[in-house]
Design a protein around this ligand. Structure first.
Ligand code: ADP
Ligand code: MG
Length: 562
C-alpha cells in the first residue's frame, strides 16, 4: 500500500521528535515495561517455550478522532445483533455461500459441518459470539464534510454530490450496486453513497482534498479467534507509562478505558453459567505452537484469578480427536472432564487442520452440548463473502428493524463487490482490471497475508477461471490518514526512527443467545494495531504491525501541536 504526498496526517499527541538521550532512555524502559507486563510474544526466529520477546509497539499512542471512536463503540452492540441474526439465518448463509463453496475447499468443509449439524438439529442452541469489528479511518470519506476537507478543497465538496450521482447513474452496473428507480428509497440512498464514493474519491485525491479528522469504514468483522483482548489493554498500559515518563501525565485522560480482557473472559464465564455444571471446564482450542501466547494465557489467568472455581484446558484439534468423546447427553468429554464452553483460538485457516482427524474433531465439538465460540454458523457468518453480501442494498433490512440503525450500519461499509460468475460479478471483474489501484482482492481466509493489493490484482484475477473468482471478493481500498511516530521492535534500531504509520482499530463485542433470544449483548473494549504506511498488512504476530492504542482528539483542536 502506498500513500501519496497528499495523504492527510493526524496531529500527534505530543511534540516529536524527542531529544535522542530522552528517546533512548524511555525506549529502553518501555521495552522492559512491555516484557514485564506481558506485552510479549514467543520469538518465531529463535523459538523457545521458555522465553518471550516484547511485542512490537508504538512508543506514544496514535491519534484517533474522538467522535469516530465513540461512534464505533456505540455501534458495536448493533453489529453484534446483526451478526447474531445473520448467523441464525440458514437461507441467507446458504445462498450467500452457494457459489463460494463450489470452489473454496476450506469454506466447503466448514459448510459441510454446518449442513450435517442442520440435518441432525443443534444439540446446543446457545452460541457465544466474541466478535471484533476492524475498521480504518477513510481520509477521503464522502459522507463527512469536515472543516479540514472544506479548507483543502476551497469549498464545501458536498454541494455537488447530487450532480455526481446523476453523472454516474449509467455506470451503476460496473459499481456493482442496485438499479432501483425513484428517489428516497433505501436502495437509492445506498446507491447514492456508493456512487458518490466512486466519483468523488479520485477527484478528492487529485485535489488533495483529504481530511485527517475523518470517518471510518469497516475492514472486516471477525467471528473466530478475535485476538488482542489482552494485548489491546496492555498497549495502553505501556503507552500510559511512556507518556507519564515523558512528563505528559496530564494527557492520559484522552486514552480511553480498555477492559477488553475482562469483557471477553466474562463473556466466556456467562456462557459457562448458562451451561450450569459446576465441574465443567472451559476449553481453548489452540494451534500446535502459540506464538501469541500472552494473548491466550492472560485470558486463562484472568478466568482462574477472577473465578477460582473454573478451570481452563488447552488442546489442539488433534488432541481433541484423540481424547474427546460424547457422553450420553452429547456432552463433550475430554477423559473424564466435561467441557462447558469451547473457545477457538485456532481452526480458522486450512493449515490448522492437518488431516481428516482434525476435521472430525471440529465436527465432534460442533455436535456436542458445549457452547461454542464460535459455533459453525457464527464462523460462516464471519466470512468475507457474507460481509460483501451484507453491504449490498436492502440486505441489512433483513436483519435489523430500526431504520436509524440500518442507516448507521450501512454507512460503515466501503464498496464491496461480488466476483461471482454473473452479470454483476463480471462487471466487478472488468472494473478491477481497469482500475486495480482502487481495490483489494480477498479470499475466504482469516489471519492475514492472504489478500492481493492494487496492481497485483489483474494478474491474480487472470490466473483464475470465472468460477474460481467466486471464492474471492473485491473491496475498495481504504486510505487512512498518516500518523508519525516511533515503532519499537525486538532487534530494531536504537534509537528508533520516526516513521509514517497507519492504524486499524478493532472493537470487541460479546453476544450470547440462541435463534430466538439474545441474553447478553455488549461492547467489550478495543485494540489498535499500527503498521508502516508502506505495508499492505499489519499483523503484529506476522511481524509487520505494532501494538498501539488510541489517543482521542477533537476536530477543533486540530492545530494544537503545530
Ligand atoms: P484477515 O482476515 O486476513 O485479517 P483482512 O480483511 O482483515 O483479512 O485484511 C488484512 C489486512 O489488510 C487488514 O488488517 C488491513 O491492514 C488490510 N486491508 C484489508 N482490507 C483493506 C481495505 N479495504 N483497505 C485498506 N487496507 C485493507
Ligand atoms: Mg483482519
Amino acid at each position: 500500500m502506498s500513500s501519496d504526498a497528499n495523504t492527510a496526517v493526524l496531529r500527534n499527541c505530543i511534540r516529536l521528535p524527542l531529544a535522542e538521550d530522552e528517546l533512548l532512555e524511555v525506549t529502553a524502559k518501555a521495552k522492559d515495561y512491555a516484557i514485564m507486563h506481558g506485552a510479549a510474544m514467543r520469538s518465531k526466529t529463535a523459538f523457545s517455550p521458555d522465553s518471550l520477546n516484547f511485542a512490537p509497539f508504538v512508543l506514544v499512542p496514535s491519534s484517533f478522532p474522538r467522535k469516530e471512536f465513540e461512534k464505533a463503540v456505540a455501534l458495536q452492540p448493533i453489529i453484534n445483533r446483526l451478526m447474531h441474526n445473520v448467523a441464525h439465518d440458514e437461507e441467507f448463509i446458504t445462498t450467500t455461500l452457494a457459489e463460494t463453496i463450489k470452489v473454496d475447499e476450506f469454506t466447503a468443509n466448514l459448510f459441510n459441518i454446518y449442513r450435517k449439524v442442520l440435518a441432525h438439529g443443534f444439540t446446543q442452541k446457545t452460541s457465544l459470539g466474541m466478535l471484533r469489528s476492524d475498521l480504518m479511518l477513510e481520509s477521503g470519506c464522502p459522507e463527512l464534510s469536515p472543516r479540514a476537507l472544506r479548507t483543502a478543497a476551497g469549498e464545501d465538496r458536498g454541494q455537488d454530490a447530487g450532480a455526481a450521482v446523476g453523472q454516474i447513474a449509467g455506470a451503476n452496473g460496473a459499481a456493482g450496486v442496485g438499479t432501483a428507480a425513484g428517489t428516497g428509497s433505501k436502495e437509492e440512498e445506498h446507491r447514492e453513497v456508493q456512487l458518490s464514493r466512486v466519483t468523488k474519491e479520485p477527484e478528492r485525491r487529485a485535489t488533495g482534498a483529504q481530511s485527517a479528522y475523518c470517518c471510518w469504514k469497516q475492514v472486516e468483522i471477525n467471528t473466530i479467534a478475535s485476538g488482542f483482548g489482552h494485548l489491546g489493554p496492555a498497549s495502553k498500559t505501556i503507552q500510559r507509562f511512556v507518556l507519564s515518563e515523558l512528563g505528559h501525565a496530564d494527557k492520559l485522560h484522552n486514552m480511553p478505558d480498555n477492559n477488553a480482557l475482562a469483557g471477553l473472559c466474562d463473556g466466556m464465564v456467562k456462557a459457562w453459567d448458562i451451561y450450569a455444571k459446576p465441574q465443567a471446564v472451559i476449553l481453548f482450542i489452540i494451534e500446535d505452537v502459540s506464538y501469541n501466547i500472552c494473548d491466550q494465557r492472560f485470558h486463562e489467568f484472568y478466568i482462574r484469578e477472577t473465578y477460582p472455581h473454573i478451570k481452563v484446558l488447552r488442546r489442539t484439534l488433534t488432541e481433541v480427536h484423540r481424547e474427546g468423546k460424547l457422553g450420553q447427553s452429547k456432552e463433550l468429554l475430554l477423559g473424564s472432564q466435561e467441557v462447558a464452553v469451547i473457545y477457538f483460538r485456532a481452526g480458522y485457516e486450512p493449515g490448522h487442520y492437518h488431516s481428516q482427524a482434525d476435521w472430525d474433531a471440529r465436527y465432534l465439538m460442533e455436535t456436542s452440548l458445549a457452547i461454542k465460540c464460535p459455533s459453525i454458523h457464527y464462523h460462516l457468518a464471519g466470512t468475507k463473502k457474507v460481509q460483501q453480501a451484507l453491504a449490498q442494498p436492502a440486505v441489512l433490512e433483513r436483519f435489523i428493524n430500526d431504520p436509524e440503525e440500518i442507516k448507521a450500519v450501512g454507512k460503515i461499509f466501503t464498496g464491496l463487490y461480488s466476483l461471482d460468475d454473473n452479470e454483476a460479478g463480471n462487471a466487478s471483474y472488468e472494473m478491477a482490471l481497469r482500475t486495480p489501484e482502487r481495490f483489494v482482492l480477498k479470499p475466504q481466509r482469516e489471519g492475514g497475508g492472504n489478500n492481493v493489493y492494487g496492481v497485483d490484482i489483474p494478474d491474480a484475477l487472470k490466473r483464475m477461471s470465472r468460477v474460481e473468482r467466486s471464492a474471492w471478493i473485491l473491496m475498495d481500498l481504504i486510505h487512512p490518514p498518516l500518523t508519525k511516530g516511533y515503532m519499537v521492535r525486538p532487534g530494531g534500531d536504537m534509537p528508533p526512527q520516526i516513521v509514517d504509520m497507519v492504524s486499524e482499530l478493532g472493537i470487541f463485542g460479546v453476544v450470547i443467545g440462541d435463534a430466538e433470544h439474545i441474553v447478553h449483548n455488549y461492547q467489550a473494549g478495543h485494540m489498535l494495531r499500527t503498521k508502516l504506511s508502506t505495508a499492505n498488512e499489519g499483523g503484529v504476530a506476522a511481524g509487520l504491525g505494532a501494538l498501539d492504542s488510541p489517543y482521542l482528539i477533537d476536530s477543533d483542536d486540530e492545530d494544537e501541536q503545530k
